[in-house]
Design a protein. Sequence first.
Length: 510
Amino acid sequence: MISNAATKKRTIGAPRQPEPDLRPDLPGCPMSHANPQLTSAQDLVAPERVAEVSRIDPVGVVSARSGFHLGAFTAPGRLLTVHPDPLHPAIAAYDPTSLQLLWTSPRSDLPADRTGRRRLAAPLLFRSATDDDPTSRFGVITGNPTDLIAYDNRGRELWRRPNVLPGPTAGPNGRPSFGGRSRSAGGPICLNQTDSGHLVTVTDDGWLITIAPATGRRLMTCPLRDPTSPGRPGAVRLGTGKSVAVVGQVLYALVSPPGPRVPVFLARCEIAHDGRRLVGEPELIMVGRDRAGGSPCVLAGNHGTNLIITNAEIGRPSVPIMMVIEDVPGRGLRTRWWSVIPGRPGDLLHTSPAIEPGTNRLLVTTRDQLVIFPPVDQLEGRVIAPAPVRADELLPGELRGVPVGSLGLGSPLTLARGRSTATVVITNLRLQSRAGTFGYLVAAALPDLLRGGRRPGLRPLWAVPLSDPPTPGPGTFGQAAVFSDSAGRSGVLVTTARNGAFCIKGPDRR
């Protein structure tokens, strides 16, 4: 399996490298939006009070280039921060108890593109064991338009594969070549996993790719084509800038052709168990036009019926629309219900919607409001959006008197369990004033649905400024990751756009 230069030759009789186990049962946030269905729900307890805030960063100041594909990821014994700024290592790993830096990836790995940004895929943490250390159980796989790379629990490279399209001839270093040049398959947005244990992704250039996780070997490279393209149906590929959701062997992606004012489709692709082909043709259903603000998420139902929560824009001036698509085995895709989200013209969903475990309530954020829908599986037809929760309702009492020009919400939208409440909502709140924009990570308790279906009020828990000392900065654009350290303390890890990474811990529970 291991393909780096130091270990290319394997001694006869040496122990065989085990296949990574990609079962989505890692507690924490092992991948984009926490689980393969992208529900943004993490099955861990989040702190309801803040006892300690630490800024952690492998280098120091993070430049504005980091405001792209930010996120934090956690697994037992590991905290992982991701840095798209090419001046920094792409990945840094920390101990959750001591917050000691354990390792960073080489800065030369996953290089920047022509714009100077490192287009990094949201990584996937897997469980495995290396040959020489069976207790080293976790690793990370990520990629960009240039390479796909896997590291073990200590940051050692397990394998590296060029992210190129298959070609008829071999180019330099054995890379496939088209006329002497290797062609990138595009940038993967996130890595997900099928039940058969294969990695799967869709790139921004419209290629669906499956990969064997133990070796990085490419199993399938399949174009997603637009059958509605005028004049030349199927000639245009449908790319994505969003994370892809997976249920079993079925992948769901929000895809669009290149250009402005383009249609947004939900694509359904069923992947064979060997990972080498699709079962049938991809199925498409139109959601809206222009932009899909947040990634799709899926409520997996009984008997194979899934509800896919999608979003796009409609009208001029455009407004965001929620479209819930039902996937029924043998019947294909159909619209179950839809709702126009009220707000400012030109607004959109700034993060993937979240589904509350147990109740199936749907949480959606726009630029300055949070909308809480009733259980997503109990709605049909046109749905009037409930009265929204305003951004200022998420402010704790000590901040409500602070004069600000305006308040805004943004990515992330994270759900976790609480010790005294069923669900804790974590999101990014931006306070805009004459002095600049200041980002806060805020948490609020989501109570049970009130009688008569009335909108539940949120109880603010805490707000942490994402700067040290307080300096202007938009906060975070990526997901927050919940974790628990060896002392039993719950915590939240978040990476910001300009001020490094922050670790927020609750009181000691011992």
